[in-house]
Design a binder for this molecule. Sequence first.
Ligand SMILES: [Zn+2]
Length: 305
Amino acid sequence: MIDMPFNSPAGFQAAVAAQANAAAAHWFVFKGDRLLVELGPPSGRPSDDPRVAARPSWARLPGGAALLKNNNWLWFEPVRTLHLGQLAGTACWAAEAPAAVDGPPAGYGWEGLRALFSVLEDAHFALAGRAIQLLDWDRNHRHCGRCGAPTQSKAEERARVCPACKLAAYPRLSPAVMALVRREGEILLGRSPRFPPGMYSALAGFVEPGESLEQCLAREVEEEVGVKVSRARYFTSQPWPFPNSLMIAFICDWESGEIRPQEGEIEAAAWFNVLQLPKLPSRISIARRLIDAAVQEMRGTAQET
Ligand SMILES: [Zn+2]
C-alpha cells in the first residue's frame, strides 16, 4: 500500500462517541477552511505547491506536547464539535469557530491545509483533513434534504437523522477517477483553467451514477481530450478533502485519436516526453505521485528528443 497524505494515520481508531474517562485531547479547530495551529515564523523554504504563497517554518496543534482536557481554552464558543476518534489512545475532536471570531492569540494562526503539508506532524495533518470534511458535512446537513425538518446527530454512528421522516444522511464522498495516459516515452497531461499558471496534471473527473471506475476513466479521457485508451491499471487512491473527494488513480495506454481539448474544461493538453516535463502539481497530491511513478518506470526506455 502506498502511504499518501490524508490517509488515515497508523494508530487512529474512528469513533463517533467520546470515551467517558478521556483525560486529554487533540483539537482540530477550523474557521472556514483554516486550521488553528501554534506556528513559527514564515519558512525560508518555499512550498512545492504553487497554490501556497507562504508557509510557516513549523506548526503544531494547540497545546503542543501538553494535551488539552476540554475546549475551555478556546476564547470563543464553537459552533459545533465532533468527536473523531482516538489517535494512539488520545481523543481527537473537531470544532468549528464562528466566522466572525476575533483573534487568534499571539503565537497562533489560522492556516490552510496546503500550507501545513509537511509542516504539521503527518498524523495530525491527515486527521485535519478528516475533521474539515466531517465539519463541512455536519454543517450542510442540519436540515433534512427531503422534508426540511431539523436533523439530529446519531449517537452510535456517523449520521444525521430526520426525526420527522427518518431520512438518514451519511458523510458524503465524491469518488473521482484520475487517469495518466501513456504511450512510447510520453505521457498526456492537461491543464484546467483553474490551475496555477504553467501547471499541468493527469486528467480527472467525477464518477457518475451507473458507471464503473474503468468506464468513468474511458469517458473522462475521451470527453476531455478526445483520445481512446485501454489497459487501465490501478495505481492507488487518496482521500482528498477539497472538499470531499476520494481520488482513485490509474495508468492507462493510448489507443487511438489526436488530442482535442474540451472547451471550457481543458485549457491545454499535450504529450510530454518524460524527460522534459512541465510544472507539476505538489507532492501533496495523488496526481504527482502517479506522474512520478509512471515517469520513473518509463525513463528507462525514454529517448531524449
Ligand atoms: Zn425529513
